[in-house]
Design a protein around this ligand. Structure first.
Ligand SMILES: Cc1ncc(COP(=O)(O)O)c(C=O)c1O
Length: 435
C-alpha cells in the first residue's frame, strides 16, 4: 500500500497543518496533502489498515521512544535515575487529572486495569442486603462480573437490555412504527433511571458500549443520580481519549479507564478516579508498602492508608507503563480533546457513508451524539466471523463484536484508509457464505 513518509524536519509544520485540517490536510503552501499520509507521530506498517483502537491501539512514536529510553536507562543504570522516573509518574498523574477535570493529581490512582478499578468499587462499598445496582445487559464482562459477585451479599444486579426491541425495530416497516416510549435504545438514560428505585445504590455503566459503540449522556445520568443519591460508576475505557470529559459537567463518583485503547498507551496501566469525599468510605481490598501514608518509613509498624488516591496502589508502580502512558497522554494533550473528537467524528461519518453506499447493515447508532469512535456493521448474507478472519489475514485490523464487524479509527487514522477498508470488506465478502 502506498504511503509517503514525512521527514523529521517536516514534523512541526506537518503537525500544525494537520491541526488545521485533520481530515485531509493542507501543508504550509496550502497544497492539499493526500489523506493517506500518516500523522507525523505515527509509524504504522504501511501494509496495515488499522481500525482497532477499541481493542488495542498502536503507540505514537514518542511512546515508542520513551519506552526505548527507559529500557536503555534501566539496562545501563538500574534505578539510579529513580528520582527522575518519579517526576514522570507525577507528570502522568497531572496529565490524567487535566484530562478528566480532576482537582488534583493526588486524586488519580494508577491501577493495573479497568477491571481492578471496578473491583475496588464493587468490593469496597458498604452493601446491605436488598440494595440493587442498575446497569446495561450489553456491558463488557468486567463491568458485569464484578457486580454479580455481590449476589452472595444480597445485592441485586438489574440490567437494561438495549436490544430488547431490536427484533421488532428491525421488522417494523418504518422507524415510525417503533415506539420510543417502549424502546430502551431510543432513550437509554431515561430507561436506566426508570429501573432505579429507593434501594438503588449504584448505576454502573460504560460511557461508550464496547460492541456497537452506543454512547451514553453521562452528564445527564450523573446529574440525575446526584439528585437521587445514587452513586455513578463510569467505565470510561471506550470514551476517554476519544471524547472530551469534564468532571465538573459530568459529576460521576468513580471513573476508570485502561490506557491501551483511546489513550494510545500500554496495557496494564489504568487511570482510576474516586470522588475525594468517598475515598475514605471505600473499604480497601489490597494492601502493601506503597498504599500507606508514610510510604518510605519501612521500620514503622503502625500505618494508615494514604489520604490520596495512592491508597489504591498497593505495591511497586508499573514504571515502564508509566513512561509509556505519560508520553501518549502528552500527544493527546498537545493535540487537544476537541480536535481529536472532531477528527474521529469525521472518520466515523465517512465510514457511515461508505457502509451505506456498500449496502451493509449499520448496527451502530446513526446520531453523532450517540457515537464515539466505534462503528459496527454487518455484511448481509455473509458469515461475519469468516469475513472477519479473512480481513485480519489481509492486514485490516478490526474486531468481531456486537454481531458484526467493529471498525474503530482514531484521530490520526489516514482518511483514505477508510475507503480502502470498505473496498477490501466488499472484495473479501464474495464467497464468504454462511456455513
Ligand atoms: C467497556 C470495557 N470495559 C472494560 C474492558 C476491560 O478492560 P481492562 O482489561 O482494563 O480490565 C474493556 C476491554 O475491551 C472494555 O471494552
Amino acid at each position: 500500500m502506498e504511503r509517503r513518509r514525512l521527514e523529521v524536519s517536516d514534523y512541526n509544520s506537518s503537525l500544525s497543518a494537520w491541526h488545521r485540517d485533520p481530515n485531509g490536510w493542507h501543508d504550509n503552501d496550502h497544497r492539499h496533502r493526500p489523506a493517506n499520509l500518516m500523522h507525523p507521530d505515527f509509524d504504522l506498517d504501511p501494509d496495515l489498515l488499522y481500525l482497532n483502537h477499541a481493542a488495542i491501539a498502536p503507540w505514537p512514536q514518542r511512546t515508542v521512544a520513551a519506552v526505548a529510553r527507559f529500557a536503555a536507562e534501566q539496562g545501563r543504570l538500574g534505578s539510579q535515575r529513580y528520582p527522575v522516573w518519579l517526576e514522570v509518574e507525577q507528570r502522568l498523574r497531572e496529565r490524567a487529572a487535566r484530562l478528566i477535570g480532576a482537582e488534583s493529581a493526588a486524586d488519580i490512582a494508577l491501577l493495573k486495569s479497568t477491571s481492578e478499578g471496578l473491583s475496588f468499587v464493587a468490593q469496597g462499598l458498604d452493601w446491605r442486603a436488598g440494595d440493587n445496582i442498575v446497569s446495561l445487559a450489553q456491558e463488557f464482562p468486567s463491568n458485569r462480573i464484578v457486580w454479580e459477585t455481590l449476589a452472595e451479599r444480597g445485592v441485586e444486579l438489574r440490567t437494561l437490555d438495549l436490544a430488547a426491541n431490536e427484533e421488532s425495530a428491525t421488522n417494523a416497516e418504518s422507524k415510525a412504527e417503533v415506539d420510543p416510549a417502549t424502546d430502551p435504545a431510543a432513550d437509554p438514560e431515561a430507561a436506566l433511571l426508570a429501573l432505579c428505585d429507593a434501594r438503588t445504590r449504584l448505576l454502573a455503566v460504560s460511557w461508550v458500549q464496547y460492541g456497537r459503540g452506543q454512547r451514553l449522556d453521562i452528564a445527564r445520568l450523573a446529574t440525575a443520580c446526584r439528585a437521587r443519591g445514587i452513586l455513578l460508576c463510569l467505565d470510561a475505557i471506550q470514551g476517554l481519549g476519544a471524547l472530551p470529559f469534564d468532571l465538573a459537567e459530568s459529576p460521576v463518583d468513580f471513573l476508570v479507564a485502561d490506557g491501551h485503547k483511546w489513550l494510545l498507551g500500554p496495557e496494564g496501566l489504568a487511570l482510576f478516579w474516586c470522588r475525594p469525599e468517598l475515598r475514605a468510605h471505600l473499604r480497601l481490598t489490597e494492601f502493601g508498602w506503597h498504599m500507606v501514608e508514610d510510604m518510605g518509613a519501612f521500620d514503622r509498624k503502625d500505618w494508615q492508608p494514604a489520604a490520596s488516591a495512592r491508597r489504591f496502589e498497593c505495591g511497586s508502580p508499573n514504571m515502564l507503563g508509566i513512561h509509556a502512558l505519560e508520553a501518549s497522554l502528552s500527544l493527546l494533550e498537545e493535540t487537544g480533546a476537541e480536535t481529536i473528537a472532531t477528527a474521529i467524528e469525521a472518520r466515523i461519518e465517512r465510514l457511515v457513508e461508505l457502509v451505506d453506499q456498500a449496502g451493509f447493515e449499520l448496527l451502530s447508532p446513526r446520531l453523532p451524539a450517540r457515537r464515539a469512535g466505534i462503528l459496527t456493521f454487518r455484511v448481509p448474507g455473509v458469515d461475519q466471523q469468516r469475513l472477519y478472519q479473512r480481513l485480519m489475514q489481509q492486514g485490516l485490523m478490526c474486531a468481531s463484536r456486537g454481531g458484526g464487524l467493529r471498525f474503530s479509527p482514531h484521530f490520526h487514522t489516514p482518511e483514505a484508509q477508510l475507503a480502502r477498508a470498505i473496498e477490501l470488506t466488499k472484495k473479501l465478502s464474495i464467497n464468504c457464505f454462511p456455513t
